[in-house]
Design a protein around this ligand. Structure first.
Ligand SMILES: NC(=O)c1ccc[n+]([C@@H]2O[C@H](COP(=O)([O-])OP(=O)(O)OC[C@H]3O[C@@H](n4cnc5c(N)ncnc54)[C@H](O)[C@@H]3O)[C@@H](O)[C@H]2O)c1
Length: 276
């Protein structure tokens, strides 16, 4: 891993889960990390989103590890607030080098039952939120003639998934969007790539509503109850990833010397091996 001392990174959705793991790894490599999160509920999400305390705890964990970070409550759907954060980052640190556009929500609904709000909350957060953050970050990266942008898609960005029409659309959209960004910004030393994790053991999956999707026969399934179902989705027999498994792929893309762009890394437990 290259030393990221002097670099400034921004991780969205960093209060917990994968975003927290990415933020901790970037800080451990020496970067100053701005960790942002909505840290409040979106009503159509069927599980609790992060809290202000979790956001503060990400920074506390980074500092306890000897790293440096700051926290910001930012809804990636809010263009003005996103732009204001980037203005603050540049005025405080003089640069922005790395963006991990990780914030996302998920909810399960069949397309014919999906409300306008369910559709737009997922699209606005996952896809438009990624656009808002990437667009805001590019000028600072161009000014520094360096940038590492990582979008976070999903296995749902590699195929259809029942009851996840909005989520799959958002995650396929991220891939097309980030590949286009890669073409537009490469000349200035900026790379843009995507990671596609399969199921990860974070609150997005480890919640009663989602677990019951996989064990509808049980009233209140535990992760242990659902693990065999998840393990059966791929050839490795492993139920799910830990956040740090995705972080390895993110850090590979951050560490790349500027030779890899417009790509998609699937951290997939083999679940997409049969897809083209
Ligand atoms: N957990 C999985 O199985 C899985 C698999 C593939 C991809 N992903 C994607 O990985 C990313 C991280 O998810 P996770 O697994 O760590 O789940 P998570 O729910 O623990 O983390 C997502 C974070 O995003 C924040 N967030 C949600 N909406 C936001 C908004 N509008 N503005 C700012 N922050 C917002 C939440 O508060 C939360 O802290 C998401 O984009 C998700 O879609 C997750």
């Amino acid at each position: 891993m290259n030393d990221l001392t002097g670099k400034v990174a921004w991780v969205t959705g960093g209060a917990r889960g994968q975003g927290r793991a990415h933020a901790r790894a970037l800080a451990a490599a020496g970067a100053f990390v701005v960790v942002s999160d909505i840290a409040e509920q979106i009503d159509t999400a069927t599980y609790p989103l992060a809290t202000p305390a979790e956001l503060a705890d990400t920074v506390a964990q980074i500092e306890a590890d000897g790293g440096a970070a700051s926290a910001a409550r930012v809804d990636v759907r809010d263009v003005e607030v996103v732009d204001e954060l980037v203005t603050q980052i540049v005025s405080t640190h003089g640069r922005l080098d790395i963006l991990i556009a990780n914030a996302g929500i998920c909810a399960f609904t069949a397309v014919e039952d999906m409300t306008d709000t369910q559709w737009s909350d997922v699209i606005d957060t996952n896809l438009t939120g990624t656009f808002n953050c990437v667009r805001a970050a590019i000028p600072a990266m161009r000014a520094g003639r360096f940038g590492r942008i990582v979008g976070v898609s999903s296995g749902a960005g590699r195929g259809g998934m029942t009851n996840l029409g909005h989520y799959a659309a958002s995650k396929w959209g991220i891939i097309g969007f980030i590949k286009t960004v890669a073409l537009e910004v490469g000349v200035d030393g900026i790379t843009a790539n995507v990671v596609c994790p399969t199921s990860v053991a974070t609150p997005m999956v480890m919640n009663p509503t989602t677990l019951q999707r996989f064990r509808p026969d049980l009233d209140d399934p535990t992760p242990d109850d659902a693990a065999p179902i998840f393990a059966g989705l791929g050839p490795l027999g492993v139920p799910w990833l830990e956040p740090e498994d995705v972080t390895r792929a993110v850090m590979y893309l951050v560490d790349d010397p500027g030779l890899t762009t417009g790509t998609v890394i699937e951290v997939n437990l083999g679940t997409t091996a049969t897809r083209t």
